[in-house]
Design a protein around this ligand. Structure first.
Ligand code: FE2
Ligand code: FE2
Length: 278
């Protein structure tokens, strides 16, 4: 994971996932180094990830006081339970629905929950976190937030965009990506992750974006986009285009068959390779 500092007191831990045919999807988590430190989302769930060790490079996990899970998709919950174990003081901020979905797979410790619905705020000492529902999302329990001290907006899946390379996906600054690439990536992701945006009443969509504009975030921090500082208007402009953006269809069985057929069969040498020692 790459580490980048945003503003005075936010660290982004940037990972990415290669999605065939789509690109390299940034998968970020964030640490707000406040009086009561907050971790936002906990990364990918594949077995090769060790989120708590990556986090330990920027903060002692035992100091974490809040874990804000924007929604319980598996690209956000990777290190969740290990982190709650390593951070005994921490409470898990989610919604009742979020806890319910987690409960389909895990025993959720109710005494460690802090429920927060869109519009509600939580005082965490040096700042307030105000829960907010982003205009685009892929889970009905999605809740992002704005923090009051620096004004950063945590946007969950909204504003995501698969990047053409792993380097750009885990980069420190969206300004490293050309406007054309950023716009195309954002529209692709909107079609992939929130296909219902095409059915949105355009006037309602504009109103949602206007409400967001009125929040005047100092930075837009999406789980699936490099950190965006000073780019609000460009991001809003593309978001407004999303209902009329390109449609997306997943590869079908014929495409999968073609993909599998393109793989090299194992050579007799590699098939007969001895088992590793030790
Ligand atoms: Fe999601
Ligand atoms: Fe996601």
């Amino acid at each position: 994971m790459e580490q980048h500092r945003i503003g005075a007191d936010i660290t982004v831990l940037s990972d990415n996932a290669e999605v065939p045919g789509i690109g390299f999807l940034p998968v970020n988590t964030f640490v707000i180094h406040g009086e009561q430190p907050v971790v936002v989302d906990t990364g990918l769930s594949t077995p090769d990830k060790d989120y708590v060790s990556a986090l330990a490079q920027v903060i002692d996990p035992a100091d974490v006081r809040w874990v804000w899970l924007t929604h319980p998709d598996r690209d956000h919950t990777g290190g969740l339970w290990q982190l709650l174990e390593a951070a005994p003081q921490a409470k898990l901020i989610t919604t009742f629905g979020g806890a319910g979905i987690l409960g389909c797979e895990y025993e959720v410790p109710m005494h460690r929950l802090q429920l927060l619905n869109p519009g509600q705020s939580l005082d965490i000492g040096d700042r307030t976190l105000t829960a907010w529902r982003p205009p685009l999302f892929d889970s009905p329990v999605t809740v992002g937030f704005q923090e009051s001290l620096g004004g950063a907006l945590l946007a969950s899946d909204c504003f995501g965009g698969p990047m053409p390379s792993a380097e750009l996906a885990s980069g420190p600054d969206l300004r490293e990506v050309s406007d054309d690439e950023r716009r195309a990536a954002q529209l692709l992701w909107a079609a992939v992750d929130s296909p219902w945006v095409r059915w949105m009443d355009r006037a309602v969509h504009v109103r949602h974006v206007d409400q967001l504009r009125a929040m005047t975030p100092s930075a837009i921090l999406s789980t699936h986009l490099p950190p965006a500082v000073g780019m609000n208007d460009k991001l809003y402009e593309t978001l407004l285009e999303a209902p009329d953006g390109p449609e997306f269809s997943w590869p079908d069985q014929a495409a999968l068959d073609a993909m599998l057929a393109s793989f090299e069969p194992p050579t007799s040498a590699s098939a007969a390779a001895p088992a590793p020692v030790g």
